[in-house]
Design a protein around this ligand. Sequence first.
Ligand code: PHE
Length: 342
Amino acid sequence: MDIHERIKEIEGRISEALKGVRLSKHLQEIKMKFLGKTGEISELMKGMRDVPPEKRREVGQQLNEFRGRTEEKFNALNEELKAEELKARYAAEKTDVTMPGIRGVAGSFHPNTLVRDELVSIFSGMGFEVFEGPEIENDYYNFTALNTPKDHPARDMQDTFYITGDLLLRTQTSAGQIRVMENKKPPIKILSPGKVYRSDDDATHSPMFSQMEGLVVDRGITLCDLKGMLDEFARKVFGEGVKTRLRPSYFPFTEPSVEVDVSCFECGGKGCRLCKGTGWIEVLGAGMVNRRVLEGCGVDPDVYTGFAFGMGIERIAMLKYGINNMKLLFEGDVRFLKQFKD
Ligand code: PHE
């Protein structure tokens, strides 16, 4: 076949093939068919070998021109299609900034977390730093160093989970007091929140619960400092008019030891169901750090004195939020938990 006709014939098919093309991707496929390495035009050019020498120049020129204008045709169409595709993409991706957003469902914090954070924030404001001790403790830190040696009857106050003879799940965050005093010289002002364990399980006790411990050691610290600080705590947690009172109690590691009550924030002290008619609600244990405990940690009790207090976080949460059953704090029921936004 004459080269003109071949070119015309191929060109015709190219035009035909390009008619329905809407996507640059398809255009690319067609381009490969004609202009690719093994495409028809390339094959045609390979045929130059068989063209007699005297015609080669002319045929070569024709083929080159053909290839050139075909490439241009493809390129032009490609640009057109690309531009349209871009336009379509921009239109599809356009954001209507006036559309109402999709509101994310925010979770809520567990009452324990809320109380812990509130306490940390209140006491940080008074200069306390947070120290978190280990939940698996040595007998020494949990008891002996807290003036509660092996045969001490006060050990029965807390039913202990022993891991080995010497390792146990701490029964009180007071264990952290010793760790702090061993490692830091007074002045000491720490707050120690954490989980504690006792083998108790009934309507008002859980084998795992949370405590918040406070310890202050410095020169000239007295029970008045403790009382003043607890007044501040009571007002912030339970409300402005709330007062505290101290009642004598016993802990081996404090002397004197006190039980701290707050005036009933429900009835203002007149007597109601919450305070069982007494006008007062017990919230924590505290006392002046026993000199034997200070001595054991290498702190001179003739120079330094201190106070410590410890409270149950669940108990504070129950009082503050009017939760009547402690089990609710351990069940993780979202219907209960989602009520606590702040
Ligand atoms: N650790 C005591 C308890 O768990 C509470 C306490 C802490 C008492 C600090 C006095 C001082 O019962």
